[in-house]
Design a protein around this ligand. Structure first.
Ligand code: TC6
Length: 719
């Protein structure tokens, strides 16, 4: 709703009231319509200030209302009435003015922002465009290039940048409402004709067509199949080329297509999934709202390879004092240089001082003694990690949380090497750790609620999307990745090429196909793990069939590639050829193609034609099937957790909502039927066998993804 009051005698103050972000729900829109009418009618009122309760102007349209029947007054005429009003209207922007919130402010005649406010039109990240006139008013206010940037990226700008761009008229450090009230009195009685953005022409550009062509090309390339960024460009083009009323018609038409698209549903689901994962709960009953996170002012990072360095940077950026430890002098010296360089580059971008003083270096584990939390990031080797945990347990003060950055090792086993296993959790970062948004917080059966809450909160402070997961080989992300990569290798055996598989996955929207990604990560990593798991030489017993392990189909292709010294980008050769070691441009490799042909001939495999649909279904449905197993096993609490992990850590295209959401869009019955089909064709691949939860969901009528938790709960309570 919106509250109406009178201040300074003749100023009407309209305050949006809809905590926590004053979203424009039907009730708020009705409130605005009523209070604006009242202010315009009231002869004692000569000017109007619009603000938001609790220091937040407005977070935009109420996203929760999008999936429901539209009710209440629409935004467009509401904003037109404000703009057309004969009394000056000022938006007093504190906190945020986002989406419909900024569009409301653009309808006002003036905008005054607090210096800490953030503004933006992030609709594109929800699969929409600023369709309450934002795509038409903003270019008229700040010009086409700047408007295209803001609208197609959805990025938020600071008040200072907003002032520079001309979005706001004034920025203040004082009480914004008071400043706005004072200001609006100074313009009361003046004509507002020149302040109505809809009546202004769009600033002209000499090379309009070239600008739009360039932007459209860039947007299509980076959108990876997302339709909203393209529609945003089309809407701004309408602002630049059509009179306002026709531009509004075009905006409406484009929004109509987006609003009902599956992509908008997927992106809005992602918005809520990202927030849902913060409300974690564990099988032990521990929950986000009943577990206390401990403050962390000093942390230690043990092991300064690529991951340790990134984690050190991420912690220092957050303002946490870090002692970075590596017992090898050379590694320590290199890390010191690398960490300082990263901190300096990031600070330069931000225009602030690098927090170099927060990082101390040591070659002695003893330096971690008084840390509140330690993150071990040594080489992925169980024996080495066990030894480090044993030492840390003896060295660290009572109460120090001991975390391991492992991509899949048993966190509980590590905990058993310490005196206080309840203080041990996994913190699985993704490379580069100071950039990637995802953090899997791995809870062992003995991890205390405080330890989990502390790791989750520290992740949030570092700007990560932290997802609490259970302890099993590979946790959630890598556990699901394993059968996905395995299918890709099987497809090569059957006649596909890395180029075909990658093309299909990239067309689907992945930033990189599975083979290009493996080359980037380094093929030797998986090889080492397979050796440790005794899947490949030297420990495979003599007489073991090459393509079978434990009675299941096994592809040794990746092992054979590694035996050739082809580890991917780092060696200049892997599934593809690169110009030089460390090269980034993947080129098709004739050697690889003959190698595949020889391999098939050696094993009596006849290459067949494999179509795009089979590649997509086998790679994705097997991954999804493992996701259902993870839910059934209680390793992830709900589908949102899995989807957040895949969107923020594994390059799953956000406009497809994550693997579990995608499965619900495809139809669970269809996923089940295809898995059954492929399992029948490949009975020696157990990962293709549809999992119990998937069958149960289909039997329950394939409820929407938001209701899966109920089915999982019922399934578990029947055990
Ligand atoms: C014709 C149409 C044209 C216009 C289209 C639009 O405007 S599209 C919209 C364009 N606007 C945007 O895209 C802005 C989206 N919002 C944001 O980016 C951030 O929430 C923030 C920066 C406003 C605050 O960040 P923060 O870290 O301080 O807080 P937080 O993120 O944790 O959220 C707190 C709670 O508020 C909830 N909630 C938030 N916004 C909305 C909303 N619009 N609606 C409903 N709910 C919303 C959120 O779910 C959470 O609820 P929970 O879990 O407690 O039940």
């Amino acid at each position: 709703m919106a509250q109406y009051s009178r201040v300074a005698g003749s100023v009407a103050l309209i305050t949006l009231q809809n905590p926590p972000v004053n979203a424009l729900s039907a009730a708020v829109r009705q409130g605005i319509v009523d209070t604006v009418e009242r202010a315009l009618r009231d002869p004692e009122v000569n000017s109007v200030v619009i603000c938001g309760q609790n220091g937040k102007f407005c977070g935009g349209a109420d996203i929760k209302e999008f999936g429901r029947q539209m009710s209440g007054p629409p935004l467009v005429p509401m904003i037109h009435a404000i703009e057309a009003g004969h009394k000056p209207m000022v938006a007093a922007i504190e906190g945020v003015a986002l989406g419909g919130g900024l569009e409301l402010a653009l309808g006002c005649h003036y905008r005054i922002a607090h210096s800490k406010a953030r503004l933006g039109l992030p609709e594109v990240s929800l699969g929409l465009l600023p369709a309450a006139g934002g795509s038409q008013r903003l270019p008229r206010l700040i010009g086409v290039p700047a408007a295209l940037d803001l609208i197609t990226t959805g990025r938020h700008v600071t008040a200072a940048e907003a002032l520079k761009l001309g979005i706001v008229d004034q920025v203040t450090d004082h009480n914004t409402v008071d400043v706005a009230v004072k200001f609006v009195q100074s313009v009361a009685g003046q004509s507002m004709d020149s302040r109505r953005l809809s009546t202004r022409p769009c600033p002209s550009l000499p090379n309009l067509d070239a600008v739009f062509e360039g932007v459209m090309q860039r947007v299509r390339q980076s959108a990876r199949g997302a339709i909203a960024p393209v529609a945003c460009v089309q809407a701004v083009r309408a602002a630049a080329t059509l009179p306002y009323p026709q531009g509004m018609e075009r905006e409406k038409e484009l929004m109509g297509t987006l609003f009902t698209s599956g992509q908008a549903r997927a992106l809005q689901y992602c918005f809520f999934a990202q927030r849902a994962v913060g409300k974690w709960s564990l099988p032990s009953g521990a929950r986000w709202d009943t577990s206390k996170a401990m403050p962390i002012s000093k942390a230690a990072v043990i092991g300064l390879g690529t991951m340790g360095r990134g984690i050190t940077v991420a912690l220092a950026q957050t303002g946490v004092s870090v002692v970075a430890v590596d017992t090898q002098e050379r590694q320590l010296a290199e890390a010191k240089q690398a960490v300082s360089g990263m901190l300096e580059r990031m600070a330069q971008k931000r225009g602030s001082a690098p927090p170099l003083g927060l990082v101390h270096y040591s070659n002695n584990l003893q330096a971690a003694a008084d840390a509140d939390l330690v993150i071990e990031a040594v080489f992925e080797d169980m024996a080495l990690k066990e030894s480090v945990f044993q030492q840390l347990s003896a060295i660290c003060k009572p109460g120090t949380f001991l975390c391991t950055n492992t991509s899949g090792l048993d966190v509980d086993r590590l905990a058993s090497h310490t005196r206080r296993p309840e203080l041990v959790v996994g913190m699985h970062f993704f490379a580069p750790a100071h950039v990637m948004k995802l953090l899997e917080v791995v809870c062992g059966p003995r991890s205390s609620p405080e330890a989990v809450a502390t790791a989750m909160q520290l992740g949030k402070k570092m700007g990560k999307v932290s997802v609490a997961v259970g302890n099993c080989p590979g946790f959630v992300g890598n556990r699901m990745l394993k059968p996905y990569v395995e299918q890709a290798n099987f497809l090569l055996e059957e006649g596909a090429t890395p180029e075909l598989v990658d093309q299909v996955l990239e067309d689907f929207g992945f930033a990189m196909g599975v083979f290009r990604m493996s080359d980037l990560s380094g093929l030797d990593v998986g090889w080492r793990i397979r050796k440790a798991d005794k899947l490949t030489d030297p420990s495979v017993p003599a007489g073991q069939p090459v393509r079978v392990r434990q009675g299941r189909r096994y592809s040794p292709l990746a092992d054979l590639i590694c035996e050739q010294g082809r580890f991917g980008q780092k060696t200049g050769q892997g599934w593809y050829h690169y110009d030089k070691p460390g090269g980034r441009v993947a080129r098709s490799d004739p050697w690889l193609h003959s190698f595949l042909e020889e391999y098939r001939a050696r094993h009596g495999l006849v290459a067949r034609h494999i179509d795009h649909q089979e590649v997509l279904e086998r790679c994705l449905y097997v991954l999804i099937n493992e996701g259902f197993r993870i839910l059934d096993d209680g390793i992830a609490a709900g589908p949102e957790d899995i989807d957040a992990i895949y969107v923020f850590g594994y390059g799953w295209p956000r406009h497809r909502g994550g693997p579990m959401f995608y499965a619900s869009m495809v139809g669970l019955a269809r996923v089940l039927e295809r898995l059954e089909h492929y399992h029948q064709a490949h009975p020696d691949v157990p990962h293709l066998q549809p999992c119990r939860l998937l069958r149960r969901l289909v039997a329950s009528g394939s409820p929407p993804v938001q209701r899966w938790r109920e089915v999982i709960k019922r399934l578990h309570s029947q055990l």
